[in-house]
Design a protein around this ligand. Structure first.
Ligand code: NIG
Ligand code: FE
Length: 411
């Protein structure tokens, strides 16, 4: 297949040769000024200065406007396959009601389960496709999507199939995760029995039908305990699943389990202290923090600055869901996190690219380098610092996935 050369690009930030763990300064960013990217078969062949590459025998895509190129963003934690909305929860929250109070009054996750069970697989796919368009508008090229609004065998499978279908139909690559252990459904009275049921009746089908390679659980008071979650995750891991955990959102406990089972990531971490950080570091679990959930719930952000200073990597994801994080604007959320937690642009971009890829164990993206996927986001500016400065108001003018330009703002 023929080669394509894209350039000149005012600044290319390949995000390569940067540390997986710990703090980063903008001086750690390698920036190719007046650069170009040579692509073949959906992958990067090489990148370098436009002057050096401009005579390559390739189809030329000449860029006339000031442009910054980065690896496409990876949203490593979402719940965007759902029906309905939870405006009624929002109204209660701003009256001062707590997460648990709202749940007890019939709101929360179980309300979305009801609405999602009513929806057909096709309806779920269609609404998911629209949300994927929104992700693409913000420069996201890979999205992790959890089930978890079905909470029985047929409904969880319906959601996972809707995700699979949307992934086939959209430019964006979807990474499905089975979160059937999101909350105890009304059909069960005992959490241990429900988890045993999932291990016996659901996960073997998910694995056999290749609907997800990852398993998640919500470890929290009112959801699943640390002890029962440990057994569930161990068993899921033995079945061949990769593990991720909703951990320490309101109370600690989840990230210790994530460390014990050597999960790929521990997500949320709003309540995490140094004790948990030490365990995560030792077990090489990637923390994924979710500023959108803090904005939705009106609670402090996870201690991003501390996690980095402790020597951990830090991925940033949107947690887009109908309840606690309805906004779904990853770039805006990351920019706000930078302001409040004093994170450098290098730390934010690392959290949206190669550190997010690590959380999902994706080795073919997150960095612009030879042989990796040509997933690239192009912003209309000559100065990368403007991207976070505009807090998500400066949108990419184009995104490319596997070497193909996607229709976003301008086709
Ligand atoms: O990550 N904490 C648990 N699950 C989601 C919320 C899902 C929902 O409220 O619908 C979260 O915040
Ligand atoms: Fe979540």
């Amino acid at each position: 297949m023929s080669k394509t050369l894209i350039g000149p690009v005012s600044q290319i930030l390949p995000m390569d040769n940067m540390s997986l763990n710990g703090p980063l300064k903008d001086s750690h960013l390698s920036i190719i000024k007046n650069g170009a990217i040579l692509i073949e078969n959906g992958h990067i062949l090489t990148l370098g200065s436009y002057e050096d590459l401009k005579n390559e025998n390739a189809k030329k895509i000449f860029i006339e406007q000031p442009t910054v190129a980065l690896p496409g963003f990876i949203d490593a934690h979402t719940h965007i396959c759902f029906a309905g909305n939870r405006a009624q929860d929002f109204a209660k929250r701003i009256e001062g009601k707590s997460y648990l109070e709202i749940q007890r009054e019939g709101g929360g996750i179980l309300h979305t389960v009801k609405e999602t069970r009513y929806a057909t697989q096709e309806e779920l796919t269609n609404s998911l496709l629209l949300r994927l368009d929104q992700e693409l508008l913000q420069g996201v090229t890979t999205v992790e999507i959890k089930s978890g609004y079905g909470l029985n065998v047929s409904e969880e499978l319906k959601i996972l199939k809707a995700i699979q279908r949307a992934s086939n139909e959209h430019y964006i690559t979807c990474i499905p995760t089975c979160l059937a252990a999101h909350l105890l459904p009304a059909d069960f009275t005992n959490t241990k029995e429900y988890l045993a049921f999932l291990l016996k009746e659901l996960l073997p089908i998910v694995s056999k039908k290749k609907l997800a390679k990852r398993v998640d659980i919500f470890i929290e008071q009112g959801a699943f305990s640390a002890t029962e979650s440990f057994s569930y995750l161990k068993a899921a891991k033995n079945m061949g699943f990769e593990i991720t955990v909703h951990a320490d959102q309101f109370h600690v406990g989840g990230s210790i389990v994530a460390a014990q089972v050597k999960a790929c990531s521990a997500d949320h971490l709003e309540a995490t202290t140094e004790l948990e950080m030490a365990q995560l570091l030792q077990a090489e679990v990637v923390p994924v923090i979710l500023p959108g959930a803090s904005l939705g719930l009106g609670i402090p952000f996870a201690p991003a600055r501390k996690l980095l200073d402790f020597g951990l990597p830090l991925a940033i994801a949107s947690d887009w869901n109908p309840g606690t994080a309805p906004m779904g604007k990853l770039l805006t959320q990351a920019a706000l996190l930078a302001t409040y937690e004093k994170l450098s642009a290098a730390e934010i971009f690392a959290g949206l690219t190669y550190r997010a890829a690590k959380a999902l164990r994706l080795v073919d993206r997150g960095i612009l380098a030879p042989s990796l996927r040509a997933d690239i986001v192009f912003f209309p500016t000559a100065d990368y610092r403007q991207i976070l400065y505009y807090q998500g108001a400066l949108l990419p003018w184009k995104s490319m996935i596997k070497g193909e330009f996607c229709c976003v703002n301008i086709c």
